[in-house]
Write a protein of this length. Structure first.
Length: 323
C-alpha cells in the first residue's frame, strides 16, 4: 500500500500535464525575428527580451548563429521586444499585437553606439501571416466588444469569416432554445465543426455543438478573442473535418479593471403589430408577455504584480415567455 500511493500521485500528475501541451498549441502565438546591424549582417548572441505589456511577463532569449530568435507559446496580447548587444544601441519594437495561433515577425536592427542609447519603433504594420497556409481569421477583442450581438452569443461573430454560415440543419437559433447554434464552415456538415475553449473540446456529445442552459457558450465579456480556421489547419485539430473555432478567455493584468452590464427587453416597451393577438375583452391587440434580462460583470487585477493575476466573470439570464 505504501508503494501504491506514490504511483497514483505520479499518474495523476501525468494526466493533468497532458492537456497543458495541447492547450499551448491551440491557444497561443509566436513572436520571431532576426537581429541585424546597419549593413544587414546577422548578429548572433544578442540578448532579446519579449515582454507582455499588460501583465509584465518576460521571455528572455539569445539569437542563434543566424541572428534569429523565436518565442513560442505566448498568450495573446500586446508585446514589446528589445534587443541588446555590447557596442550597439538598444533596439525596441513596441505595440506588437499577438493574436491566437499567429506568428508575428519582429525584426530588429542595431546601430553602433552606446548601450544606454535606444532606438524605438512605435507601432507595427498589419501582420501578414507568412509562416502558415491556414485559411481563416481572428475575431479580436475590439470586434467582440463593439459589434452588436442579439442574445449576446459571441459565436455569431464567426460568420464574419468567409465561408462560415449559420447551420440550417438544426432547429436551434442564436437567441432561443437550449444550447448554442451550430455553424457550417466551407459547406461541410455542422457536426464536422470543432469547438475549443482554452484548447479543450467543448462540443456536446449529442449534437456536436457547444451548449449551455442559457443558449450561449460563455459570457461575451469573458472572451478575449477567438480564431476561425476554415482550411489547411494542423493535425493537432483532429476530429474536425469541417473547420475549427478556438476561443481564449480574458485574464487579469497589472491594472485593476472590470465591467458591469445589463440588457433588458420587455414586451411592455414594444408597440403591438399586425400579427399580435386581440384581447377579447377590449377588442385591441396586445403584446404577448415577454421579458429577457441579461446582466453581469467582470473583474480582474494583480495578486502579485507581474506574476500572479485573477479574473472573474458572471452573466445571468432571466427570461419569461408566454405559453
Amino acid at each position: 500500500m505504501l508503494h501504491i500511493r506514490p504511483m497514483l500521485g505520479f499518474l495523476l500528475l501525468a494526466l493533468l500535464a497532458v492537456p497543458l501541451d495541447a492547450r499551448a498549441q491551440a491557444t497561443t502565438g509566436t513572436i520571431s525575428g532576426t537581429v541585424t546591424d546597419e549593413s544587414k549582417a546577422v548578429l548572433p548572441g544578442v540578448t532579446v527580451v519579449v515582454r507582455n505589456t499588460e501583465t509584465g511577463a518576460t521571455r528572455p532569449l539569445v539569437t542563434d548563429e543566424r541572428g534569429g530568435f523565436r518565442a513560442l507559446n505566448l498568450p495573446p496580447g500586446i508585446y514589446a521586444v528589445t534587443a541588446e548587444l555590447q557596442g550597439f544601441t538598444q533596439a525596441k519594437r513596441d505595440n506588437l499585437t499577438l493574436e491566437i495561433g499567429r506568428d508575428v515577425n519582429a525584426d530588429l536592427a542595431l546601430k553602433i553606439g552606446a548601450v544606454s542609447e535606444q532606438v524605438t519603433v512605435q507601432g507595427a504594420a498589419t501582420n501578414v501571416e507568412l509562416s502558415s497556409a491556414v485559411a481563416g481569421g481572428v475575431v479580436s477583442t475590439t470586434q467582440i466588444a463593439e459589434l452588436p450581438l442579439n442574445g449576446r452569443n459571441f459565436m455569431q461573430l464567426a460568420t464574419l469569416q468567409p465561408g462560415v454560415t449559420v447551420s440550417r440543419a438544426t432547429s436551434r437559433d442564436f437567441t432561443g432554445g437550449f444550447g448554442s447554434t451550430q455553424v457550417s464552415i466551407g459547406g461541410a456538415r455542422p457536426e464536422m465543426t470543432g469547438y475549443l475553449l482554452e484548447g479543450t473540446n467543448i462540443a456536446d456529445v449529442s449534437d456536436k455543438a457547444p451548449s449551455s442552459m442559457a443558449g450561449v457558450l460563455l459570457g461575451v465579456d469573458a472572451v478575449k478573442e477567438f480564431s476561425v480556421q476554415t482550411h489547411d489547419y494542423a493535425a493537432e485539430y483532429g476530429r474536425a473535418a469541417g473547420g475549427v473555432i478556438s476561443a481564449v478567455t480574458k485574464s487579469g493584468t497589472n491594472a485593476l479593471h472590470g465591467t458591469v452590464f445589463e440588457f433588458l427587453r420587455d414586451s411592455k416597451l414594444d408597440e403591438p403589430n399586425y400579427f399580435d393577438p386581440i384581447d377579447a375583452a377590449t377588442g385591441t391587440q396586445v403584446n404577448p408577455p415577454f421579458t429577457r434580462n441579461q446582466f453581469g460583470g467582470t473583474a480582474g487585477g494583480p495578486i502579485v504584480s507581474n506574476r500572479l493575476f485573477y479574473f472573474g466573470s458572471y452573466e445571468g439570464l432571466r427570461q419569461n415567455l408566454s405559453l
